[in-house]
Write a new protein. Structure first.
Length: 336
């Protein structure tokens, strides 16, 4: 783009073309609309020069090309000398510019014929040629896109090999599951957490370890404003765990944002926790025990989108709901 002085010179050229104001009107480049009381003196509708310059510039025309082109379309034919004089740039510059405009298909360069004095003439083509330029560019870009798709897999092989983008860490056995579980607690203190929760059995992880994890999680939750959203299938087992932890600590249901879907088809058999761009899997059920951490923004986005769909139709699990299930026999026996 040009500075205000250059824009002003282009504006003056345009005003002379559309004849809205007399040439040399003071401050003409500052107007955004015709002066009060000034009537149009030309058939063309009022258009901001800034807009014309911006569009032509975006089409790939330079400042001088715009000046020469605007001057040329005012004449049936015009000499480079006359254009240089009108827009006040060197004639040698006009010659360079006119060849560029001819290559772009916007003007034709003609030589005088016969007995007429040897003379070069610039003949502007119909301005609709500008739109033809857009059609041509669009077609070229579509062709380029097709060619680009052919080479992108080759280029991305090197890029993905260098950047990676995905990391996998597998932790086998019960100790591996515990390790991922503890890392999940610490990670959840810093950002929003989405959990598909199975409520892992004490049979595998141990009562002391699970209760310690629950208590540590609640301590973090009290000091953090970051929400944890948990989807839980509601069945005999999950009712037992929710009721037991609620009896141990009333904050368990109050601070944790549990929801459930009234659908027996919903089966969650391991914990899947989405935090940032990382997904943590903890499985400790039947004969399986393992942990897995995958850093993948695409996997996380996909699992979060599924979660959001389920969450909107899920029912909140409240302390009142848990209380309505009655006493927890395991808790009563443990504390009896």
């Amino acid at each position: 783009m040009t500075d205000s002085a250059d824009s002003g010179r282009i504006w003056d050229t345009f005003v002379r073309y559309v004849s809205f104001w007399p040439v040399g009107t003071p401050g003409i480049k500052e107007y955004r609309q015709p002066p009060n009381g000034q009537k149009y003196t030309h058939q063309y509708e009022y258009i901001y020069m800034n807009q014309i310059y911006s569009v032509l510039n975006n089409l790939g025309l330079s400042e001088n090309e715009i000046k020469v082109y605007i001057e040329a379309i005012k004449h049936e034919k015009v000499s480079p000398f006359a254009i240089a004089k009108a827009i006040k740039i060197p004639r040698t510059t006009v010659y360079d510019v006119m060849f560029n405009l001819a290559l772009k298909g916007l003007i034709t360069i003609k030589q005088s014929q016969g007995l007429e004095k040897q003379q070069t003439w610039i003949v502007a083509k119909n301005p609709s040629t500008l739109r033809d330029m857009v059609f041509k560019r669009r077609k070229e870009l579509s062709r380029l896109e097709v060619d680009l798709v052919d080479i992108l897999p080759i280029l991305k092989q090197e890029y993905v090999r260098r950047e990676g983008g995905t990391e996998f860490q597998f932790f086998p056995g019960i100790e591996g599951a515990k390790q991922v579980q503890s890392q999940t607690l610490l990670a959840g203190a810093r950002t929003e957490v989405y959990v598909y929760e199975s409520l892992i059995s004490m049979d595998t992880m141990g009562k002391a370890d699970i209760n310690l994890d629950v208590d540590s999680g609640l301590t973090i939750q009290r000091s953090s404003l970051i929400p944890i959203k948990s989807l839980v299938p509601l069945n005999k087992w999950t009712r037992h765990v929710l009721s037991y932890q609620h009896k141990r600590n009333k904050d368990y249901i109050r601070l944790r944002n549990f929801r459930t879907l009234d659908n027996p088809s919903l089966s969650i058999n391991l914990d899947i926790t989405c935090i940032g761009d990382t997904v943590r899997f903890v499985c400790a059920k039947d004969s399986e025990a393992w942990g897995l951490i995958i850093k993948s923004s695409q996997l996380t986005k996909t699992l979060k989108s599924f979660f959001d769909v389920l969450w909107t139709s899920a029912t909140p699990i409240t302390p009142e709901m848990v209380e309505s299930w009655g006493e927890n026999e395991f808790f009563e026996a443990e504390n009896g």
